[in-house]
Structures are given as C-alpha cells and as structure tokens.
Design a protein around this ligand. Structure first.
Ligand code: SF4
Length: 128
C-alpha cells in the first residue's frame, strides 16, 4: 500500500487505463507507454511548458513535485514536466540533445520521469 495517498491514481482513472489498454502505466512497456503518452495528447492534454526553470532552485522545485508521483501518474508527470511531442523554442530543443536522454533506449533517464521518449519530443526539464 502506498504511504502517500496522493501518489496514486483514482480507481476511475485506473479502470479507464485498463479498459483502453488492458493495463496501467506502471505495468506498461516501452511501446505501450509511448502509445499512452501520444493518446493523452491526442485527447487534448495541455502541459505546463512555462515557466522554464532557469535556476537550479527552480529545476529542483519541479523535481520535488514529480518525485512523489507513482508510475501510474503518467498524466501528472506529463503536465508538471511540460512535456511536448515536438521540439520547443527558438533553438528547437528536443530530447535527442538532452543530457538525460538515452538515445539507444529512446528513454528519458531522469529518475523523476523515467519514461520512454521520442528524440523529437521535449520537456522543460531539458538540460545539456
Ligand atoms: S528531461 Fe525532458 S527533454 Fe530531457 S530527455 Fe527527459 S523528457 Fe526529454
């Protein structure tokens, strides 16, 4: 049982994942998680792209928000991280160049996210 009651999805959210995919994000593999992420955006998910964390303190504050989330709280992770399915900004920043991106695994290795990502995706925790 979770020690933090906020670090879980509701029974309704759990059932919605199971009805649609047969499992929840915590049980999903790489391809299924990619599908879940893309589906959230196809359904109109809007994420908190701004403000971009300019300082270590701001960056750490975002990590503090993400850390208590469970693997099933995919939607919340996407929202807080400001996840996008395309490059961002004038510099067209993207996962491909981020220090947390595992190119061969196509995975975001930032422990607070720990999610698959396509090279052209981006989130506001991007670092080089
Ligand atoms: S921290 Fe964000 S930009 Fe960097 S690899 Fe992970 S999802 Fe992509």
């Amino acid at each position: 049982m979770s020690e933090n009651p906020e670090a879980s999805i509701t029974q309704e959210q759990r059932q919605a994942y199971i009805d649609k995919y047969g499992l929840t994000p915590a049980e999903a593999g790489h391809e299924m998680l990619i599908q879940m992420i893309e589906d959230h955006f196809a359904e109109g998910l809007e994420t908190e792209v701004e403000p971009f964390p300019e300082t270590d303190r701001e960056f750490g504050a975002l990590l503090d928000q993400l850390r208590p989330l469970s693997a099933d709280q995919l939607r919340e992770k996407l929202v807080i991280s400001g996840w996008l399915l395309q490059p961002y900004g004038e510099d067209q920043m993207r996962c491909q160049e981020c220090m947390y991106y595992l190119v061969h695994k196509r995975w975001c290795d930032l422990p607070e996210l720990d999610l698959p990502a396509k090279p052209e995706w981006w989130c506001r925790l991007w670092r080089i």
